[in-house]
Write a protein that binds this ligand. Structure first.
Ligand SMILES: *Cc1c(COP(=O)(O)O)cnc(C)c1O
Length: 388
């Protein structure tokens, strides 16, 4: 009870009071009239969030479920798919393909770096039988933004579909599905969307739906064409996750009220704040450029364990941080700043990081790192984020 718990991880994230209260209301029946306006609002709000004229389909599963739904509904077993692998979630694309019979063609990218669109174009030209490019809009394991808009221009004139996992991008940094030519965009509920885990969302372009129509889905639960038909009647194929959808309606209302542009500007400022703070402490950032706007990956110097830092931040200050993933597990601390978080949360996160880092044996020479972080926040708000 000494400390307030602050969930500064790349999901789950803290929830606004409005969303929590909305989810506390009485249950509705998903096949009765009272539910229809909920779905009506959700559909409009999701189109705004995805920046698309297409329907966005909610699925009752975590984000990975939508990744699997994309692979099993857009591609037949035996088709080759280019998987951009610059982190743990990029690797997951390849694993999903292998399990369902698609053939992953892996494009390795150094962890902490973004893929070069020219490499993707070269790979597609080298093997015209590749039917899709599977990539993360934001690779959460490293904190890198891949250039989705540029990849959209690469796939636009080709047969391959562009499938983007936007789980830590949608509602955090710009990812306008239609303008960027994304054929399939998906996300989950527990990162930028200010909701509990348990929902995923997926939308397809005209080109994506045309491909989908040629594929017999290999999984009974995830049938995107069936869901597409249903959602136009404000329904889902199976029992709707009613409570979460009611919370979603509220979070989408907040997104529209605040506005995506202002939201992105806030996320950018928080990112600049976190990066300035960590850099002032003498810590190295894993992603030097093309960094995600919802988390900051900070390298620990030799001799300081990331798990030890995270343990101390939580025990002493109530700040829950994530460590690295894969081979970087104990080498990287990931400070999440996505969802319902603000200036005060990031300041608390940086303060806890500084204390925990010193406690874990690290040395920080700079006494005014937090002031520098605050200055960077103000400056970034004044300047605004870079153009897409
Ligand atoms: C969190 C995350 C996932 C996994 O989502 P789950 O909800 O845990 O299934 C996949 N991709 C990215 C980019 C993520 O950030």
């Amino acid at each position: 009870m000494l400390n307030k718990t602050r969930l500064l991880t790349p999901g789950p994230t803290p929830l606004p009071e409005e969303v929590r209260l909305a989810m506390a209301r009485d249950m509705l029946h998903h096949r009765k009239p009272a539910f229809l306006p909920v779905m009506e609002d959700v559909r409009a709000g999701l189109k705004y969030l995805f920046q698309t004229s297409q329907e966005v389909i909610p699925l009752a599963c975590s984000g990975t479920g939508a990744m699997a739904a994309a692979v099993t509904n857009l591609f037949t077993p035996g088709e080759k798919l280019l998987c951009v692998e610059g982190g743990k979630f990029g690797e997951r694309w390849g694993e999903i393909c292998e399990m369902h019979g698609q053939i992953p063609v892996r494009l390795p990218v150094e962890w902490g770096r973004a893929v070069d669109p020219a490499d993707v174009a070269r790979a597609l030209d080298a093997d015209p039988s590749i039917r899709g490019v599977l990539v993360q809009a934001s690779e959460t394991s490293t904190g890198v933004l891949h250039p989705i808009g540029e990849l959209g221009r690469v796939t636009a004139g080709r047969e391959a579909l562009l499938v983007a996992d936007g789980i830590s991008a949608v509602g955090i940094s710009p990812c306008p599905m239609d303008a960027w030519g994304v054929d399939c965009l998906l996300t989950g509920s527990q990162k930028g969307l200010m909701l509990p885990p348990g929902l995923a969302f997926i939308a397809c372009s005209e080109k994506g739906w045309a491909k989908c129509a040629q594929v017999r889905p290999s999984n009974f639960y995830f049938q995107l064409q069936g869901e597409h038909a249903k959602i136009k009647a404000n329904q889902t194929m199976f029992t709707s996750p009613v409570g979460l959808l009611i919370g979603l309606r509220e979070s989408l209302r907040l997104f529209r009220e605040f506005g995506l542009e202002r939201l992105h500007a806030k996320q950018w400022a928080l990112t600049m704040m976190a990066r300035a703070g960590a850099s002032a402490m003498g810590l190295e950032l894993l992603a030097p450029e093309n960094f995600t706007w919802g988390l900051t990956s900070i390298r620990m110097p030799l001799g300081v364990s990331a798990s030890e830092v995270a343990k101390r931040a939580s025990a002493d200050h109530g700040v829950v941080l994530a460590t690295g993933q894969g081979h970087m597990k104990d080498r990287v601390v990931r400070l999440g700043h996505m969802g319902h978080v603000d200036f005060g949360d990031v300041l608390a996160g940086l303060a806890a990081l500084r204390q925990a880092f010193t406690g874990a044996g690290g040395y920080i020479g700079c006494p005014d790192a937090l002031e520098q972080a605050m200055d960077a926040y103000g400056e970034a708000l004044r300047q605004g984020p870079p153009a897409n």
